[in-house]
Design a binder for this molecule. Sequence first.
Ligand code: B12
Ligand code: SF4
Length: 565
Amino acid sequence: MGLRGKKIVLAASNSESSEYEQKAWSQMLLATLPARYTKTFNVNWPRPNEVGPDGQAKYVPHGLRIVESLLLQKFSADDIAVCYPEQLDRFIGDETRVVGIHAHNPLGITFATDVYPYFYGKDVEPINAAEFRKVIRHPALRRHKPHLKLIVGGPGSWQLERKNLLDEWEVDCLVDGEGEDVVLPLFEGAVRGEPLPRKVEGKSPSLDRIPPIHHRSTYGVVEITRGCGRGCQFCSVALRGGKSIPLPQILHNVRAQVAEGTDTILLTTEDLFLYEQGPKFRTNVPALKRLFESVAAVPGVKHINLTHGTMAPFLANPELLDELSELVVGKSSSQHEESTHPDKRYAIMFIGLETVSPRLFNQYMKGKAYPFRPEQWPDVVLKGMELQNKYNWFPICTFILGLPGETEEDTKQSLDLLFALKDSKWVVVPTLFVPLEDTRLGVKESATIYSLTDLQWEFFFTCWRYNLDFWRRERATQWKFNIGIPIYYYLMGQKIFGSKLKYPLFRLAHFPEWFLRRRLYLDFSGRMQPRWQAPDHVPIPEYRLRPMIPEVSGSTREQAQLQVF
Ligand code: B12
Ligand code: SF4
């Protein structure tokens, strides 16, 4: 390509494009581990992403593939290159007029990622942030900047504005939100050399505006729904009504990816159970079954993995696990010795539990429990976990610490539930509240790791103690970890976070319970009984079973669903 370059160049960072360890949850590590200490932690990073014979990327985040498809509606494939930073030299040249960069979590300042790097000091940056800088400050981009426009978009693009980096990084236009209705006019304007607005808000497009993709996405992401509509106040997609991608388009996207070398598909959604949903979030089990059967039947598909889901549908639809588990568990690429499946497979899905305090739940996220009532949330969680584990679904659950107004009593309630879930088969990830742009809690203060209370620290490390006990495979080296923790505390942790960290951290190191018992809220010695137990049955309130909203479709249905709350 050399000096001329391509008219339009689309790029994503290596860490956000990587199919690291072939496990989607592993890529999250790249957003949380500090770039400086990757060698210390033996994280096999960086790994080269695969490049095609023409130098273009083999896989990039799905959102960038959608942008590419939108551009292909007006531009020829010859005008566009999609690449990783190493190939920018090859594609950015004198004829390049616009570079579009995807940002999933470019500075690592969103949920979960905002916490972990701080354990290594105040000035560390996660791998993701270091890798994003390599794209956006690439010498080829800076050299050719006078004759090209730089557009940044993606779910984490807001972070650049939050950190005031738009000028320093010479970003001409920031796209916040969905791209379907804004990408083409912006790129066309940029190609014509017209000035661009500094920021554009992308609104929810109509279903027919979401284009099928042409090439492979990282982890074989295939979107099956967009939006949610359950209305949680901290969530950036809360008010976007749920819509389902038509099955023929889903299958086209699966085939496009398999044709380019993947055998694993990640069915992507805010909530699996919103796929082809009925009124009032009613789960459409037959449609889900059809979806899994059809994707599994595409030649070349070996594994199907899942992204997000919610707890309530497992209880509201008793037939769901019976109907779906054979395919969902059988096609999963994950295996664990505790699974009762013949191949030791388990299905994995991200589920946001966020809090157990009925007060906070009612205030910020009551839609999550629907059709159950907020007061039933602890029962929904306990019973939902029991049912899932029985069928070899081992969810990854998140909690949010430091929601605005959280009191000691609220944290105790979450700790009580955590205790009741002690022997579950799951991953539990504590995160800190981050006020995301465009959410109803967007104006509130972030929770910071430095202001965690004793109880919140206990919650934090109890989660990781559970994870360690359930997921650690090399038990023989556990003692090294147990010794390393107090050393870390006295050399570094105490100085960074103070003494509140001490006993919760020592529980992570398996210190004896006779030592910890009187210093912590939970007692693991066997003397304390859980305050909650999974009930036999969680009844759906009568009035919620009555049809309230007529069967509608499209945006009318979206509005109708929001009225449920
Ligand atoms: C699949 C997925 C993953 C996968 C794959 C990620 C990947 N790199 O491909 C995995 C599981 C690995 C993952 C990891 C993480 N993820 Co993620 N992920 C998703 C998920 C479920 C789908 C993403 C997707 O493909 N959506 C469909 C596409 C079409 O949407 P889109 O990417 O937003 O793209 C649209 C626009 O943003 C825009 N656009 C996108 N790119 C570009 C580029 C340009 C130039 C322009 C103009 C426009 C544009 O146009 C597109 C079409 O409308 C979303 C939730 C969701 N449903 O979107 C969360 C989500 C994006 N992830 C999120 C987070 C927090 C993470 C993690 C940081 C998790 C963590 N806490 O550790 C890590 C970071 C990993 C990393 N190394 O970067 C958050 C982002 C929150 C925020 N707003 O900052 C989301 C929104 C989930 C949530 N609700 O919290 N993730
Ligand atoms: S259920 Fe999940 S995706 Fe839906 S609004 Fe709540 S947090 Fe967001």
